[in-house]
Write a new protein. Sequence first.
Length: 201
Amino acid sequence: MDSSNNGQDTGSPDPGEEQFLMPQEGLFKGEDGENVDFIPAPDLTKIALMLIDRHPRFAHLEGCTMDYLWKRKGGKTKGKPVLGATQKATGLVKYYSGAQFVIWLAADNCRDMTAKQVEATVFHQLCHIEWDPEDGRVFLVPHDFAGFVAEIEEYGDWKRDLVLAGRAFKQISLPYLAMREKKHPNDQRVENHQGPDLEVG
């Protein structure tokens, strides 16, 4: 199973937001100088460990073995750039890595992201790993909700996953707008009640 984080127009970072230092194309080389698709990502590992330690919802990941990688090119799915994916390690991958899961981010598609956006992308990938409290088994799960803006505009939150998503959006919208207005008082997106220019699949 492969849970991908599709979609990107990350938009223009807010002024003052720290740009994330992405691995350059030249780093994707093997021992003999050949091009490779994946390289280890100690920076992503550090972010993931911080998130796992910070958030109780990830407590079940403390005993998981996971590898974090940068992928040279993420490609596209249905026309949208793939930012990353979480995969269950099986077969040869599991044999050689010893990991239960592999999380990778696409260096090319994440190129213009801020440090906060990269952190959010890693958080997204960690959310794909859930566990069964009865037997302790960890497994991959799909996104909590899926839909289209036009569908919501026409019918509202007509199904359970949209109801849950709507509650979450309402809870964060006012604190987010207040924070953004304080940081950027002349930002039209605050006046128009729009969130950040992110599109995540």
